[in-house]
Design a protein around this ligand. Sequence first.
Ligand code: UD1
Length: 418
Amino acid sequence: MDLGSLEITGGVPLHGEICIQGSKNAVLPILAACILGEGVCIIENCPQIRDVADTLEIMRYLGCRVQCAGKTVQIDASRVDAFEIGGEEAGRIRSSVLFLGALLGRMKKAVLPLPGGCAIGERPIDQHIAALRQLGARFYLEEKITADAVNLRGGRVCLSIPSVGATENAILASVLAPAETLIEHAAREPEVDELCGFLVKRGAQISRTAEGDIRILGGNKLGPARYRMKPDRIVAGTCLLAAVATRGTVAIRDFPCRELEALTEVLRDMGVSVVCGENRIEISAGRPLCAVPYLETAPYPGFPTDLQSPLTAVLCRARGESRICETIFENRFRIVPELQKMGAKIRIDGRCAVIKGLPALTPAKLAAPDLRGGAALVIAALQANGTSVIRNTEYIERGYEDICRDLRLLGAKIRQVV
Ligand code: UD1
């Protein structure tokens, strides 16, 4: 595989205003939802990232007609006739598991390879299977996941972990079944609500109860829809953290500040000035940063696990000792040895990283271990005086359209090298 590299010369404070690409974690379930029902779906502001390209390949394989024009993707699923996804397609992206619910909804049958672990952790799918079983699906687990849902009955689904993917799979499987479904202990991530919003636009009846459960009155025919993806809160958070790392001033336009409240609260405690408007965030980080004595990742609205590595990179230069604990994915400290190559003082204590802030990091040759870990290393390199090189940027391309373009717009010295 041809894995590219990034060359970054750090020490330049980032300044400017930026708009953020469409959300990766929202578009992936929405694409899976396009195979439900008839009618052409048009997705606007679709992020141009590798995970989307791989998902569209799965959709073509299933029989969808897919047309892309820039960031607009048109999907005609009227001829979907397959219910099996091969190992190669599914293996490339973890979110192919969302086709389990979508295929059960559309074809009443699904065959997928068993997903393996991935770079950031084991990532089991027991919650997905339990949820779909509660809806009436039957599973045959051998070398593959084979499931059928001839009599999908709806009903009460109770998740024991508020898994984002399991919640989405339960929605996708139940929306066409002529029954009422209540998903208790559902994930509250905004991307789940975007999936619901898209399905409602197609004619589904889905709502959140006051307790946060998701109620689906299934069985409506789903029609065509045009839907515009909202900005990606993790990419927005990455840009803010890059600005903080370089002690810069950056504004994000057309972004709902409340979706990043867990991050902006931490930034304020670190001494960063944060101005939240209706649809805009502006941060300014001129002063030295304070450490974060204790923080743990948590499901939404808690601190997102996807921003844990980028924050860890910033804290390498904060004054004092920070303790960052990862509660969602066990392998999210694979950037620590890379940061140590830059002189960072970090030690792992169980599921926590203990970071002693230093005045400076030294440039180094680094390797991205995974998607968010790669973005975190970019942030680390932006704060080192001198030139660093980061290998394996293909990981970063899974979720960031063009990290060079975005950061250059803010004044960073960053370029892709082969
Ligand atoms: C989604 C996001 C990912 C984010 C994560 C947590 C997408 C495409 N990806 O991943 O970027 O980091 O939410 O916010 O939306 N678990 C089980 N059994 C299951 C399912 C999950 O034990 O069947 C565990 C996982 O190992 C993890 C936790 O539950 O510890 C949360 O996982 P989940 O919410 O399912 O994450 P994803 O949907 O995979």
